[in-house]
Design a protein around this ligand. Structure first.
Ligand SMILES: [Zn+2]
Length: 288
């Protein structure tokens, strides 16, 4: 029987308190080795289910984010620039693009899942929570904005009304939903990068940590000033943002690969398996 653990750490798979358990034992709730949970916050020792959820969330966020961007871009080019198809098709294309961006945001919400091993220690205003709140506000604001645009007398462009008569209900609805959308976006972007920085640190990747800090300044500059270049700035900024998230996804996949390898080794040790005998030299048995 090993020494019992006297600290306050919890199982990093299910959150069960490890206090009083044998250090060489396993969590009574989920069977995870106590030692693994005591290895600190490195992603390598995080719960595999948690890592899989994060990885899936990033995949969905990027795949549907790209799909949304392409659909909206193509719709605008075909209906506005080339002048083919009517305004009805434009509206339909934009709705499909919007739907894709909501699925992307749902992926981002998965990506901001709480780590069951660290949930108790998390502050209420953590970057993870605020980034997740931002994604929810973005979806809500975009939906409200799209609905406000369908109200009779809705403004096609949101400009300040010149008289009190311009303060209509559709105008106010457009303004409010726009503000919610933008507030959500700011949380999603800045807190999302802070959250990604925290994950890069847990993946022991200093380059990723630095990239997150750089992008908080660089991407808004590219998006704003790049708009003058055929309006491409926001697309470039989005692409760089996705690339950074993809790098983080690679780090998460690395952690999962290491865990799988360690599991294979542990299984072999438990089975008492021996290495296969070295292959025989084909020249050895040759008759002279
Ligand atoms: Zn557990």
């Amino acid at each position: 029987m090993g020494d019992s653990y006297t600290g306050n750490a919890t199982c990093n798979n299910c959150g069960y308190s490890l206090h009083g358990l044998d250090v060489d034992g396993a969590c009574p709730e989920c069977g995870r080795a106590v030692l693994t949970s005591l290895q600190g916050d490195s992603l390598r020792f995080a719960s595999p289910d948690y890592l899989l959820t994060l990885r899936r969330g990033i995949t969905i966020a990027i795949a549907f984010g790209i799909a949304s961007m392409v659909i909206v871009f193509v719709t605008e080019v075909v209906t506005t620039v080339i002048g083919r198809l009517g305004p009805g098709s434009r509206q339909a294309g934009l709705w499909v693009g919007l739907l894709m961006s909501w699925i992307a945001a749902a992926g981002f919400i998965q990506f901001t899942t709480v780590d069951p091993g660290l949930g108790d220690a998390e502050q209420p205003g953590s970057a993870r929570r605020l980034a997740r709140l931002g994604a929810v506000l973005m979806i809500g604001g975009e939906l409200a904005s799209a609905l406000a645009g369908m109200l009779p007398g809705a403004p096609t462009r949101l400009t300040l009304p010149t008289s009190a008569a311009g303060l209509t209900l559709p105008w106010l609805a457009s303004l409010l939903s726009g503000l919610v959308m933008w507030a959500g976006f700011l949380f999603y972007f800045f807190q999302g990068l802070l959250y990604a920085e925290w994950l890069f640190r847990r993946a022991r990747d200093p380059n990723g940590v630095r990239a997150c800090r750089r992008y908080m300044i660089l991407l808004p500059i590219i998006a704003v000033f790049g708009t003058c270049v055929c309006g491409l700035g926001p697309y470039v900024a989005k692409t760089l943002h996705w690339h950074l998230l993809w790098t983080l996804r690679t780090r998460i996949a690395d952690s999962l690969a290491v865990q799988r390898m360690e599991q294979v080794i542990a299984d072999n040790v438990a089975r008492g398996a021996t290495l296969p005998p070295p292959a025989q030299d084909p020249g050895e048995g040759r008759q002279s």
